[in-house]
Ligand binder design. Structure first.
Ligand code: ATP
Ligand code: MG
Length: 353
């Protein structure tokens, strides 16, 4: 079995029950060489001690269950439910566990599970890995790759604005991820926003939560609770039944402009009072000219990049593949931008245990 991420399993090796019996006790997990033993069974592992960043991994032959993990702490809360940091008992590996409360009947549950399973088939360094989804106790639980820097929303809360050179390095990764989703997997994200772009101490930026918002919206009472989702929706999503991957490009453009200026590009009525007028936001997105970056504050390349994303006509918007070639993405290459230090030193709330 290939060692995809720090450990490998050799379940073809039959455990020697007699020699292992001495390590079994009533509690805990014991390590004996390459063996991990606890009351639930025996696993054979081999820890990778190298410092090299592990690629997105599939833990334990793709099998992981809630009883395999310990909860460390709650790391986030979205409209659908809680996100917790959990640790795998066998390997000590950290994961994020997202729990979406959803009391639905069996047919809808099966369909939802099927749709969530699509996430498990995705393998890309720019997309948060999804290891397992299951329905238990009237909730969907999703086990995700843990991103220890939190989201771009968290980062923006600290740094207020992200300088162009760092944004270029961030955008390059997100556009790569969008290329994978749109052009290789033919998946539309539908809910790109700062909280769905996650970062880690290695300077990686990854897209998360594709399809999850649509599922939450279509199957639960949470349908209208995520106002954030509406703020980043492309104009055609309010007026046309059919929309395509270009609607993600619009959302991405708004996210990038917000990161650069520190402000959501449309005036949001009620934001300061703690409420949002969703209708006014939709009206502004549909009726007003698209937002743009000021040429006084930003490079021509950045302004052009934003305008390539924020075209009200989806046909006039560049695709992810076309954006890959945009000069903004490579204009700061000579600076060898170190996102790892930026995320670690400049305010990212890197999770501490
Ligand atoms: P909404 O539910 O309105 O879409 P959201 O995206 O913030 O908002 P969640 O997706 O539930 O809601 O995420 C909540 C927070 O949990 C995120 O902002 C992020 O800080 C954290 N989070 C989510 N997934 C992970 C992960 N895989 N690793 C680390 N932190 C995560
Ligand atoms: Mg999210």
């Amino acid at each position: 079995m290939p060692n995809k991420g720090g450990f490998s399993l050799r379940l073809d090796v039959p455990p020697d029950e007699v020699s292992l019996a001495k390590f079994l006790t009533q509690s805990g997990t014991f390590r004996h060489g390459d063996l991990l033993v606890n009351m639930d069974g025996i696993r054979i592992v081999s820890q990778n001690t190298s410092d090299a960043p592990p690629p997105p991994i599939k833990p334990i032959d793709n099998q992981i269950s809630l009883s395999d993990v310990d909860t460390i702490k709650v790391i986030g809360k979205g409209s659908g439910g809680l996100v917790q940091l959990v640790q795998h008992k066998w390997t000590n590996q950290f994961f994020a566990l997202k729990v979406i409360q959803m009391n639905i009947e069996e047919s809808a549950r099966k369909q939802t599970a099927q749709e969530l399973k699509i996430n498990q088939s995705l393998e890309c360094p720019y997309v948060v890995a999804c290891y397992q989804c299951f329905y238990q106790n009237e909730a969907f639980s999703i086990i995700l790759e843990y991103m220890d820097g939190g989201s771009l929303l968290d980062l923006l809360g600290k740094v207020k604005t992200i300088p162009e050179e760092y944004l270029a390095a961030i955008c390059k990764q997100v556009v790569n991820g969008l290329c994978y989703l749109h052009h290789e997997k033919h998946i539309i994200h539908r809910d790109l926003k700062p909280s769905n772009l996650l970062i880690n101490h290695r300077g990686e930026v990854k897209i998360t939560d594709f399809g999850v918002s649509a599922i939450v919206a279509s199957t639960s009472a949470n349908a209208y609770s995520s106002v954030g989702t509406y703020c980043y929706m492309a104009p055609e999503r309010f007026s046309e039944e059919n929309y395509n991957a270009k609607s993600d490009i619009w959302s991405f453009g708004l996210v990038v402009l917000e990161c650069a200026t520190g402000q959501f590009p449309y005036p949001v009525p009620g934001k300061d009072e703690g409420w949002f007028n969703m209708f006014a936001i939709m009206q502004a997105i549909m009726d007003q000219p698209p937002p743009s970056a000021s040429s006084e504050d930003f490079s021509p390349e950045f302004c052009s990049f934003i305008s390539s994303c924020l075209q009200k006509d989806p046909k006039a918007r560049l695709s992810a593949q076309q954006l890959m070639e945009h000069p903004f993405l490579s204009m700061y290459d000579d600076l060898h931008i170190d996102l790892a230090s930026y995320f670690s030193n400049d305010g990212s709330p890197l999770t501490t245990l």
